[in-house]
Write a protein of this length. Structure first.
Length: 349
């Protein structure tokens, strides 16, 4: 049930609460709601702006930046980093806006790999003749051990930034840097020099890394008890890494595709048990991909398949109705398989 101002007024009229208690409670809830990420218009604009800024300084960096040389690159990246830190201090100390401050702090952390890359170029650690023609843009697409120093520096600076500001969004670049680090260490396990993320080696590395990140997210959940929710971004990065690698793997028979569907169904159940929508979202998407495969490949010319699929859809709706009526009991049964410490955290949510 969603608590509203009207419900509080009704509670006052029935003498459940005093008027001053209801006013104080509503003021407290509004303050908490402002700091909690949600689908409010302002929060959507914060995240949209943050996504554009983070993407501009990471995924969409082009070779044009490197034409000015590593020295200019270091100066420009450092200026952006200092600007982001200044904005963070202003938003947090002067305006008490924690959500946008977290985004600008994350932007400062995102500049660290570019600054480290420029220092490497300047020091001759990574001479052009030995770089296989790679540029900073390849950092997001190509697996190579040379990126490890950039990722280690990002994690170190990210931890210090998180310790100073205690803002959950800073965990996002930390989680991504950890994923990149595991991928770039993969050549030591697989052999060879470098390979792409979308190769079979890269996909399997992503699956294993995603699972490891999910274990870390659970530990963070238990440690912080979701106040504030530092684990959310680790869950998101872990599920994306695991599910993305799993979905991209080539499955050459129907049994492996059925196993893929089963894993996605388990993700939906896990999301319900942990009260984490990210599992449900990716799991439902995976089940939809499998059903699409059945429709377009296995039962391409079958007249019966649409009717069976419609029946399955109605069955899912019926399951949803049953779930809604018995949500507490079902959730309790699912959480029975969770460790005691994690169950205590979930029950506080």
């Amino acid at each position: 049930m969603e608590l509203s101002r009207k419900l509080l007024e009704e509670a006052v009229s029935r003498k459940v609460l005093e008027a001053h208690q209801a006013a104080a409670l509503w003021e407290y809830l509004e303050e908490r709601h402002t700091e909690t990420p949600s689908f409010r218009a302002a929060h959507i604009l914060f995240y949209l702006g943050g996504a554009v800024a983070l993407g501009a300084m990471s995924l969409f960096m082009n070779v044009g930046w490197e034409q000015h040389g590593p020295g200019a690159l270091l100066v420009i990246a450092s200026c952006y980093c200092l600007l982001a830190i200044g904005l963070t201090e202003w938003l947090l100390r002067r305006r008490q806006l924690r959500l946008p401050a977290g985004i600008t702090a994350a932007l400062a952390v995102v500049m660290v790999p570019l600054m480290t890359y420029a220092v490497q170029r300047l020091s001759g650690f990574w001479p052009e003749a030995d770089s296989h023609g790679m540029t900073y843009r390849d950092f997001h697409f190509l697996i190579d051990w040379r990126w490890v120093f950039m990722e280690a520096a990002t994690i170190a600076v990210g931890v210090v930034t998180l310790y100073r500001y205690r803002l959950p969004f800073i965990v996002l670049p930390l989680a991504v840097a950890g994923w990149y680090l595991s991928m770039d260490l993969a050549p030591f396990l697989w052999g060879g020099d470098h390979f792409y993320y979308w190769s079979d080696k890269g996909k399997w590395t992503s699956v294993v890394t995603g699972l490891a990140m999910l274990v870390i997210a659970v530990l963070v959940d238990i440690r912080t008890r979701r106040r504030p929710d530092f684990a959310f971004w680790v869950y998101l990065a872990g599920v994306a890494a695991f599910w993305g690698g799993l979905t991209a793997l080539d499955s050459h028979n129907e049994w492996s595709k059925l196993v893929y569907c089963g894993i996605n169904v388990l993700m939906v159940a896990l999301g319900a048990a942990l009260i984490r929508r990210v599992f449900v979202l990716f799991g439902a998407l995976g089940v939809s991909i499998y059903l699409g495969h059945l429709s377009y490949e296995v039962f391409k010319d079958s007249m019966l398949f649409p009717a069976v699929l419609a029946a399955m859809g109605l069955a899912v709706i019926a399951a949803g109705i049953y779930w809604q009526r018995n949500q507490r009991a079902i959730g309790a049964r699912l959480r029975h398989f969770c460790p005691q410490a994690l169950r205590e955290v979930i029950e506080l949510t």
